[in-house]
Design a binder for this molecule. Structure first.
Ligand code: DX5
Ligand code: ZN
Length: 218
C-alpha cells in the first residue's frame, strides 16, 4: 500500500491473444494483471473460467489478480487457486457467507479480496476487516468495460481507508479509471487502480507501445 499500482484488465485486451497481451502490458509497466471472471448470472456478461487462468499463468510473471463476478463463488475457489491466482476477490453481494468465502481463500494460499458494488455501503464489511487483504471498490456496475466512473464512490474509498486504520490492506478501484479520475481515488486512499479501456485504447498486440504511454498517463 506504499505506492500506486496499475492493474490492467484483460477484459479490454484481444481475446484471441491473451498470452501476448499479458506479456506486452507487463513489459510496458503493468504492476498486476487483472482478470475479470463473469458468469452471466451475478453480472449480465460471460467471460471465462479457471482453465483460462491456468493457461495464462505461464505468461504472467507478476500478480494475477482474479476478480470473481460469479455467484455462488465458493464451489470454484479451489479451481481458481489451483489455476494459479495470487489474489481471489469475491463480491460481498455474491452470497450469504462472505466470512466463510474469505477464510476459504486464505486457506487455499491466496490473498483474499472483497469487492463492493456501487450500491453496497462500506459498512457491509465492518466485521471482516481482519479477513481481507484487498477491498475492491467498484466505480461502475460490474459487467462491462468502458463505462463511466461513478463519482459518489470516492467518499466510500475515504471511509474504507479510515475503517481499515493501519491494516496493510489494498484498496483497489475498478471501473472508469482514467488520467482524470485516478487522482481523485488515489487522494481518497486507493493504492491499486484497475484500468481496461484506458490502458488498451490506441494499441494492439502488433503495436503495443500505446499501452505503455497509457499506463504512464494514469
Ligand atoms: C467491470 C470489470 C472491470 C472492467 C474495467 O465489470 O470488473 O475490471 O474491465 O474496465 P474499464 O477500465 O474500461 O472501466
Ligand atoms: Zn474487475
Amino acid at each position: 500500500t506504499d505506492r500506486i499500482r496499475i492493474a490492467p484488465s484483460i477484459l479490454s485486451a484481444d481475446f484471441a491473444a491473451f498470452g501476448a497481451e499479458c506479456a506486452a502490458i507487463e513489459a510496458l509497466g503493468a504492476d498486476w494483471v487483472h482478470v475479470d471472471v463473469m458468469d452471466g448470472h451475478f453480472v449480465p456478461n460471460l467471460t471465462f473460467g479457471p482453465a483460462m487462468v491456468k493457461a495464462l499463468r505461464p505468461h504472467v510473471k507478476t500478480v494475477m489478480d482474479v476478480h470473481l463476478m460469479i455467484a455462488p463463488a465458493d464451489p470454484y475457489l479451489e479451481a481458481f487457486a489451483e489455476a494459479g491466482a495470487d489474489i481471489l476477490t469475491v463480491h460481498a453481494e455474491a452470497g450469504p457467507h462472505l466470512h466463510r468465502s474469505l477464510q476459504a481463500i486464505r486457506n487455499l494460499g491466496c490473498k483474499a479480496g472483497v469487492a463492493l458494488n456501487p450500491a453496497t455501503p462500506a459498512e457491509a464489511i465492518d466485521y471482516v476487516l481482519d479477513a481481507v487483504d484487498l477491498v475492491c471498490v467498484m466505480t461502475v456496475n460490474p459487467g462491462f468495460g468502458g463505462q463511466s466512473f461513478i463519482a459518489s464512490q470516492v467518499d466510500k474509498v475515504r471511509r474504507l481507508r479510515a475503517m481499515l486504520g493501519d491494516r496493510p490492506v489494498h484498496i483497489e478501484i475498478d471501473g472508469g479509471v482514467t488520467p482524470e479520475t485516478a487522482p481523485l481515488v488515489a487522494a481518497a486512499g486507493a493504492d491499486v487502480l484497475v484500468a481496461g479501456s484506458a490502458v488498451f485504447r490506441g494499441g494492439s498486440v502488433a503495436n503495443p507501445a500505446p499501452y505503455g504511454a497509457n499506463i504512464r498517463a494514469i
